[in-house]
Every structure is written in C-alpha cells, then in structure tokens.
Design a binder for this molecule. Structure first.
Ligand code: GLC
Length: 528
C-alpha cells in the first residue's frame, strides 16, 4: 500500500508559540518569530507545523481560553502576520495545522457575556447552565480537570455554569445547533486562509450526558493524583453523540480537500479507536498518547504497539506522540540516552509521528522557581503543572539562547549555553543530528513511512525489534531499552547494512548473520 496523502506520509512538529521565537523583544514568542524559524523546520525535515492557540485570549490558560475564534492575539501579531506565516510555510512545502479549541470559550468571549446577562438571553443556551443542587451547591459531582468543582455559580442569574477546565473557560453547549454552525464557520474562516488542518482540543469532551448524571467514583483514586481522578469521567465526557459532531466537523474540512482533522483524546485504547468514527467518518487521526502513558520497557512498548495495531479499524491511519505541552518531556522521563531510542521508535513506527519542539534538542526537566510559575493548574494543584515542558526553544549560545532579547516568560533550561540548535546542528553524534537523520530516512524509505509493521521476536528482554516493509524493501529496527550490549541474531542468508545508529557512526557497516547492539543503542538495518 503506498499512501500519498500528505498527513499519512508526513511528520508533524508542534510549536508552542509563546516559547518558540520572540521577534519583538517582549519575552514571549510570536507569529513573526515562527515565520523566521521556518527554514529551521525545513532543514530539520518535518512536513507540517501545528501551532498551539494564537487567538485573542485573556491567557488564563495561555490561549486555550479563546475570546474570538477568528482573530490573532496582539501578543502573537496580526492576521497579516498569520497570512505571511502560511504563505512562507507553503513556499517551503510545509503544512500549517491550527489548534482549534471548541469545547470552551474564554469567559471574556462576547457570547458568554451575552449568555450570562439573563436567563432569557438568546445566547443563554450556548453554554451549559443548571440550577443549583438541592443543597444549593453544584448541580452534580463533576470536577474540573484543574481541580475543584466544574461548576461556578453566577450570582446574578442564580444558576451554575459548567467548565471542564478553569472557571474562566465555560464549556459551550454543543447540543445547540447554533453553536455548531458558528463553530463550523470559524473553521471555514481559517480554511479559507489556507490552513491545512486542525488539532482539535479535548474533542472527546464536546458532548456531555444529557441528564447530567453523577460520575461514578474511581476506587483506585490516590491522593497523589490530580483531583479529577476521583471519578471516572463517563458522563462528563466521551458520550456517543460526540461522534456525530466530529463527523460534521470532518465534513467541513473535506469540502476543502485534503485537510486533516486530528483529535486530542486521552482515553483507553478501545475508546480511542471509536474516534475514527463509523466508516471512518471521524477524526483522521485521534491522537495516540499511549507511548506517553506506557512504562518505558521493551516488553511493555512491544505489547502496546501490537495492541494498537490490532485495535485500529480497517483503513484507520495510525499515529504516535512522545510529548506535548501538557506532558513531562520525554528526556525528563527516561533520560537523554533513552530519549534517543524513543526518537528512533517514534520515527520508525507505522503511522504519522508528532514531534514536540525542543525534544529534538533533548530538552529535559526545566526547574521552575515558585515565583516564576505560570500554569494555572500548578497554582491550583502544585506538582501537576506544565511549565517545565513549555520553556523557550534554545537556538544559540548566549544569555537568552537566541529566543528573545528580553527575559523569557519562562526560564531557559540551565544547560542552554550548550544545548541549543547552533551547538548541536553540526555535531555528528548529537540528538538533533539523530532526529534530522531519522526524518531524512523516513523520506528516503517509504517502508518507514507507509510500510507494514511486524514484531521480530528475538527473546531478549531489553530489546524491541521489528520489521517495516513495502514491496521488496525490508528495514529492521532494533532498539535496546537497557544498558548492556547484546548479540543480535539475524538470518545468515541475508546481508544487512546499517542505515543509522542512534549513537552516530556505524552507517554503511555491512554484514550477514549476527550483529552487536550496544547498550542503549538503536539500529536501523536494511536487509538484502
Ligand atoms: C487541552 C490542552 C491543554 C489545555 C486544555 C484546556 O488538554 O492541550 O493545554 O489546558 O485542553 O483547553
């Protein structure tokens, strides 16, 4: 099968705009900054850039609280800066994917201002209002993902409104056809401007239980977990009717040709697969976060890949993610050595990979001093915040790492003088070089991008090995999750050539039969 659709062959790179490149010296990244760095993305070898929200916003949740779906926040620039970004990206054959945040607006959105004006306001039903419970408290037990109740009383009208996240992020009522129509118009606004697709924020949240039943208690809840885990979110999210909404959204995109719909979905595998929709009418790619959630062990990852592959609906296209702006960085979780193995895994599995900016530098955990905490979640529930994975991109040596001329909104990683693009880009053994080689190999070898996947059972506990093939081309990927070197048995009748080692070197080495895999080494071999 040779897939030609761009989002199946390609790779996606996520930019958190506040942290990529500042162009006006205010310590916060912006659109002109991203445009300036498009040459870097083309050099790196990715195909699409997904930009986290840049809409006008009070920034209670750093842009995930949208006050106008058809504009650009002045902090990030203007609509013409956006048009310029799209034009410059397209000139470099890069696609642009926008973050669409349909589940909730900002409390400052004019729709909400109208909705809360009175119970009779025509926009009232655009949001989710309920009378107080019998005790005057919240109408049910639903909790906010950032801690505390998901309901806030509006004293003026005597009703509670629902917010799955901050009280500054009231949920829209997606059962209301007028809401749907308005939001599809917003999608069209950006499609008309040439956007190539959307990453849809918390898409599984859009529809809530129509009778607002209490969520059942989670017997496995433990105090160290975020409070949201006290209950299983079975009534507040993942309702079957959401698939109709997604199919409608997808249809809006399809009217513009090959535009992609990616859905952010944190659900177990069986439920995740439902989001491809009946007859694949749903999300083109329901984001697969399983690598983030699975223990970093060869056996666990192998089982995950096999279960994911087996669970895909007929024709459903796979995808893989190692990190994003909500999750601890991969290097912070497993260390840089294994992060290289993870990079090789991400870019050699079947399906579209999404890279998170800075992971290609091996950015690790960045300590955030208490006075510099920005994430509202950290302020509500200390220990769960996401600032450490949102720190500025590091471009060059120097006090601000080339990110800005001012103090950045979040601190740089302490190792920024050496861990930056300029220092790593020509270094043969660097993680950045590894990412770039992997991206180049994916383009050179269709087997890696669109070939079939087959696990190779080597019987070595620390090793994950698999074959990717298309036509006569057969590539083997052998990844060492441990620190000890291993002899790897390979068929005597075949010759192998090393295409890439995760540690650098070895490319071009040839042999037949066994080879040696170093501790924490990953290899891509071509069989002939
Ligand atoms: C998604 C975003 C996250 C945001 C939340 C609320 O999970 O990725 O950053 O806080 O939705 O919009």
């Amino acid at each position: 099968m040779t897939e030609t659709v761009w989002w199946k062959r390609g790779t996606v790179y996520q930019v958190y705009p506040r942290s990529f490149q500042d162009s006006n010296g205010d310590g916060v990244g912006d659109l002109a900054g991203i445009t300036r760095r498009l040459d870097y993305l083309a050099w790196l070898g990715v195909d699409a850039v997904w930009i986290s929200p840049v809409y006008p916003s009070p920034m209670a949740d750093y842009g995930y609280d949208v006050a106008d779906y058809c504009g650009i926040d002045p902090l990030f620039g203007s609509l013409s800066d956006f048009d310029e970004l799209v034009a410059q990206a397209h000139r470099r054959k890069l696609k642009v994917i926008l973050d669409f945040v349909p589940n909730h607006t900002s409390i400052a959105h004019p729709w909400f201002t109208e909705a809360r004006a009175s119970r009779e306001n025509p926009r009232r039903d655009w949001y989710i209002w309920r009378d107080p419970g019998p005790d005057g408290g919240p109408p049910n037990n639903w909790l906010s993902n950032f801690g505390g109740p998901a309901w806030t009383l509006d004293p003026a009208t005597g009703q509670y409104y629902y917010h799955a996240f901050l009280r500054e992020q009231p949920d829209l009522n997606w059962r209301n056809p007028a809401v749907r129509a308005a939001m599809y118009d917003a999608l069209r606004f950006w499609l008309e401007r040439g956007v190539d697709g959307f990453r849809v924020d918390v898409i599984w949240h859009l529809i809530k239980d129509d009778s607002f039943r209490d969520n059942p208690a989670n017997p496995h809840f433990a105090e160290h977990l975020p409070e949201i885990n006290r209950f299983h979110q079975v009534y507040s999210a993942d309702r079957p009717e959401v698939l109709d909404v997604i199919a409608e959204m997808r249809a809006v995109l399809r009217a513009y040709g090959e535009r992609v719909l990616i859905g952010e979905i944190y659900l177990p595998l069986e439920r995740l697969m439902a989001y491809y929709g009946p007859d694949l009418s749903g999300a083109d790619m329901p984001f697969n976060f399983q690598l983030i959630q699975t223990p970093w062990r060869a056996d666990a990852v192998q089982e995950l890949v096999e279960n994911y592959e087996a669970g895909l609906p007929e024709g459903g296209w796979p995808n893989w993610v190692l990190g994003n702006h909500d999750q601890p960085r991969i290097s912070a979780r497993i260390g840089e050595e294994q992060a290289r193995i993870a990079a090789m895994l991400l870019l050699t599995l079947r399906g579209t990979p999404t890279l998170y900016y800075g992971d290609e530098l091996g950015l690790g955990h960045v300590p955030i001093p208490p006075e510099r905490v920005r994430d509202p979640w950290e302020l509500n529930e200390p220990g769960h915040g996401r600032d450490p994975e949102r720190t500025p991109m590091q471009w060059e040596p120097g006090p601000r790492a080339g990110f800005s001329t001012a103090e950045p909104w979040l601190p740089l990683s302490p190792d920024h003088e050496t861990r930056n693009v300029e220092c790593l880009q020509d270094m043969p053994g660097s993680i950045l070089t590894l990412y770039r080689r992997l991206l180049a190999l994916r383009r050179e070898h269709p087997a890696l991008a669109v070939g079939s996947y087959r696990t190779l059972a080597l019987g070595l506990p620390d090793i994950l090995a698999y074959e990717r093939s298309v036509g006569d081309a057969r590539l083997r990927v052998i990844l060492n999750f441990g620190t000890a070197a291993h002899e790897i048995p390979l068929p005597e009748s075949e010759t192998w050539t090393v295409l890439l080692s995760s540690r650098g070197g070895r490319a071009g080495e040839r042999g037949a039969g066994r080879t040696v895999l170093g501790g924490a080494e990953g290899l891509i071999l071509m069989q002939s």
